[in-house]
Design a protein around this ligand. Structure first.
Ligand SMILES: [Zn+2]
Length: 576
């Protein structure tokens, strides 16, 4: 059954045109063949991997307005070609459905493209140097934020302290974030502004890292970062708009045609809406605000999951169960192998767990979709308990609970995960990044159920792939590469870290397209190349099914098509 949804007038016009075309097609035997409309776009001579079980491969596709109208051989599609039809000769290249990143922080990502970069620093000295250089060009009164530092890449690897940056930043507030977003380093100026001293208690769900005398070192974990967020200046509308535009251009260049923005601020959604009205939104967005400020508002409006139109939807909420592995705040049943007193932390939203339960119950009763960040095995287990309680109280329905990351699974929980139809919204790049050091933190046994993509599939759990950008790069080729090879970034596991968890290219592509579409209730609208679906497609430089998997990470996007329009073309960018 065909359902047509529309969002604004422009889309409605397009959809109507498409519907008329479909109608005339249906009637064409009565009216004569002349009545068939010409396609706006035909792509021919492609090697198409459709992710459509009914027709896995094809050669050509026709697009009318923003929808796919025909898929088949060059001959099958030829009838759609008219005088005005734009024709792309794919010259045998691979055409896939557009990638759908199921977990991004889109505005943060856009901001990071223009910000201080600390992620590839390899020593404390370089960390200090880059912040000092930034301070020189930072206008008085502005803050230095972001950075995405990763101390595991330093020699020696140790947490940074304010002493590293204080001398270069006597008047500039610094709050440099760790790449996982679960820790940040404040300098003395920032600690003073936030009122953090040796006497400040650790908040629930957070840690103020202290030296032997009990003085703050500047490193703040999880909820302790809120002390600073409360005093930091808000992002201006102009900067937010600029960040969104940067992020959209970046996504288009990487073949990412849909994203699911986790914990956006409302101002982010307003910016997307502004860009939508201007016709500038080139990536489809599903936004899931935080449960602590987004659930009750959406409940009041009365909207349900996936409310909106093809380019912008809301109706989901994002919750946090725990912290991260890298910051040693993921919540485990057993302590960290290298920190016998530390099980990790439940997030501040989980203090007490009954509060989280009440919020989730309200959100679910209203029909909102619940997406919960859970990384440690006990954090995941507690969320599965809550999900199962919700089903018991409110009854079965197609609610598509999600667990974001689902990183370290208890052996007993795979079956429960499947029985509750929970979607594992996972980021394969994290596996080849964390795989460098995860085993020394959690030991071999737990590591064997870490980023356990194959085990999830074996249990019948649906996967949705994403990146967590800007925690990891937005490039889907890196995600496919990671899932298929599991070759850690340090080159130490060329045949795969826990290779039994590798996926095939077809499985990885499906998780990154149809799997992610399913995770946002849009599998009938996008995620495969099939008649009736939105015309979101990418043409790749190389055939990832045929090349050496180790080379997948170097594959480039030739053309990105969203709703039948080219939003990025490699040939336009030559010489830039
Ligand atoms: Zn995230």
């Amino acid at each position: 059954m065909l359902t047509i949804k529309y969002f604004n007038h422009q889309t409605k016009m397009k959809t109507t045109r498409w519907f008329v075309a479909l109608l005339s097609l249906t009637l064409s035997p009565l009216l004569g063949a002349q009545s068939q409309p010409a396609a706006d776009l035909v792509i021919r001579n492609a090697k198409i991997w459709t992710v459509d079980k009914n027709r896995p491969t094809a050669q050509a596709v026709a697009v009318l307005a923003d929808r796919i109208v025909a898929v088949g051989s060059n001959d099958d599609v030829k009838a759609w070609q008219g005088a005005q039809t734009r024709v792309i000769d794919a010259a045998g290249k691979l055409l896939l459905p557009g990638f759908n990143d199921s977990h991004v922080h889109f505005i943060d990502g856009g901001l990071a493209l223009d910000s201080l970069q600390l992620n590839d620093a390899t020593s404390a000295a370089e960390f200090t140097h880059r912040i000092a250089e930034r301070a020189k060009v930072t206008p008085k009164g502005d803050w230095i934020t972001s950075g995405d530092w990763d101390e595991t890449k330093w020699t020696p690897a140790r947490l940074p302290t304010k002493e590293l940056i204080d001398p270069a930043t006597p008047d500039t507030p610094v709050f440099a974030s760790r790449y996982d977003g679960h820790m940040a380093l404040a300098n003395s100026v920032t600690l003073r502004l936030a009122g953090i001293t040796a006497k400040t208690p650790d908040p629930p769900g957070g840690v103020i890292v202290r030296d032997a005398q009990g003085n703050p070192t500047g490193a703040l974990k999880d909820a302790a970062m809120d002390y600073v967020f409360k005093v930091a200046p808000p992002l201006s509308h102009e900067r937010r708009l600029k960040a969104a535009r940067r992020a959209l251009a970046h996504a288009a260049s990487l073949g990412v045609t849909s994203v699911q923005h986790m914990n956006p601020e409302y101002a982010d959604i307003a910016v997307y809406n502004e860009l939508l009205e201007r016709g500038e939104l080139t990536t489809r967005i599903y936004a899931a605000p935080l449960i602590t400020n987004g659930a009750d508002d959406q409940v009041k409006i009365g909207i349900r999951h996936a409310f909106g139109g093809p380019f912008l939807r809301i109706g989901a909420i994002k919750a946090y169960a725990d912290g991260s592995l890298g910051s040693a705040t993921a919540y485990f049943f057993e302590p960290f192998s290298n920190q016998p007193d530390n099980h990790g932390l439940l997030s501040d939203e989980m203090h007490p767990v009954s509060l989280m339960r009440d919020r989730m119950m309200r959100a679910d009763a209203a029909g909102l979709q619940i997406c919960t960040h859970a990384i440690g095995d006990q954090g995941i287990s507690i969320i599965l308990d809550l999900y199962s309680e919700i089903v018991k109280v409110h009854g079965e329905r197609d609610r598509r609970f999600r667990i974001e990351h689902a990183q370290h699974m208890a052996a007993k929980d795979f079956d429960r995960f499947a029985q509750l139809h929970v979607i594992a919204s996972v980021q394969p790049y994290h596996a080849i990044d964390d795989g460098r050091w995860a085993e020394e933190r959690i030991g071999h046994d737990r590591a064997s159920r870490t980023y356990a993509f194959r085990t999830f599939l074996n249990h019948g759990v649906r996967l949705a792939f994403g990146t967590d950008w800007n925690v990891a790069p937005l490039n889907p080729m890196l995600g496919v590469y990671a899932a298929v090879t599991r070759a850690t970034l340090d080159g130490k596991n060329p045949n795969g870290w826990f290779p039994e968890q590798k996926l095939t290219v077809a499985e990885a592509v499906e998780a990154y397209t149809l799997g992610s579409a399913y995770a946002e209730f849009q599998e009938n609208e996008k995620g495969s190349i099939a008649p009736g679906k939105l015309a979101d497609m990418v043409l790749l430089s190389d055939d990832i099914f045929a090349i050496d998997p180790a080379k997948i990470r170097d594959v480039k996007i030739v053309t990105t098509i969203v709703g039948g329009k080219s939003v990025w073309d490699a040939s336009d960018k030559k010489g830039q």
